[in-house]
Write a protein that binds this ligand. Sequence first.
Ligand SMILES: CC[C@H](C)[C@H](NC(=O)C[C@H](O)[C@H](CC1CCCCC1)NC(=O)CCNC(=O)[C@H](Cc1ccccc1)NC(=O)N1CCC(N)CC1)C(=O)NCc1cnc(C)nc1N
Length: 325
Amino acid sequence: DSGSVTASPRQQDTEYLCPVQIGSPAQTLPLDFDTGSSDLWVFSTDTPRSEVNGQTVYDASSSSSAKRLSGATWKISYGDGSSSSGIVYLDTVTVGGLTVSRQAVEAAKQVSSSFSRDTSSSGLLGLAFSSINTVSPNQQKTFFDNAMPHLDAPLFTADLKHNADGRYNFGYIDKSAYTGSISYTPVDNSQGFWGFTATVDGTDVTGIADTGTTLIYLPDSIVTSYYSQVSGARYDSSNAGYIFPCGSSMPDFSFNVGGGGGGGGTVTVPGSYVNFAPTDQTGQTCFGGLQSDSSIGISIFGDIALKAAFVVFDGGNKQLGWAAK
Ligand SMILES: CC[C@H](C)[C@H](NC(=O)C[C@H](O)[C@H](CC1CCCCC1)NC(=O)CCNC(=O)[C@H](Cc1ccccc1)NC(=O)N1CCC(N)CC1)C(=O)NCc1cnc(C)nc1N
């Protein structure tokens, strides 16, 4: 089997949403595919009306294939301080033509305010490792883990784009989607994430590939040296990050993956991607897409990096592949 689904950017590439079919007859919900978490959760008819703000909701009672997973609950909190919790159904889930028949669909009975405010997203589809799924008492598998044995190849690929529709493919590598060769590097999934090591300016950086994080968060030394090339750039505590004049032309940012004997491959993030967004309506000052990881405790290669590459998340061989495009 295989599947292929469009990933549409929202709010200047802040997140990417994909249509997912749940239940019988199918209910289509736009979900944020997140390689940084492992719960598939949705706004539902169980979510208080006061917390629903136009989002499409999942109604298990109108799906003939839905079965309540009795006694199961879930509760999750994210790096940006948002959170949600609820109950669990098993139902049929289809992504880009790829169907999993008994997928844990986590219905929200509570969502934090940032989810209520994000009217375009009906929830998340976690693509990290099932070891960090939050369902209790019996942990549940991700859509990818459930699909993997049926896939032509045990992998999915992420091809996110700047201000344009990209694509997640499951079970195959689309050779027309990238240029040159794919450089592979081993994955450390001990924390449940797609962890890997890249080299930036000769320095090894261990981080995670996270489609659910908008920006790139790297060690202070690398970030400071990057912004030292931009006149007027400075760390601004009120914005909690590096800012600079919006008219600045930003240097490209490159990192090497799979740097072993074969020299590996280099991913180059265009400077224009690092000019993330204005900090206010005046459009004078802009917020950087590359920020320090010192308050996070882990380096994150988020959407700003991922949309500069074609990325293979290889669950069978536990490796990450990076190619230019
Ligand atoms: C099983 C939990 C799971 C592993 C969890 N994983 C994550 O948090 C990473 C995951 O990829 C989540 C997925 C997000 C969650 C919010 C909704 C969108 C997806 N990523 C983050 O939280 C990284 C920081 N957030 C982001 O990067 C959000 C993403 C977002 C996009 C659109 C709308 C709202 C939020 N964007 C921003 O903060 N920005 C975009 C706008 C810009 N002006 C500022 C930066 C975790 O580590 N939780 C532990 C945890 C809990 N609490 C805290 C405080 N930190 C934690 N790390």
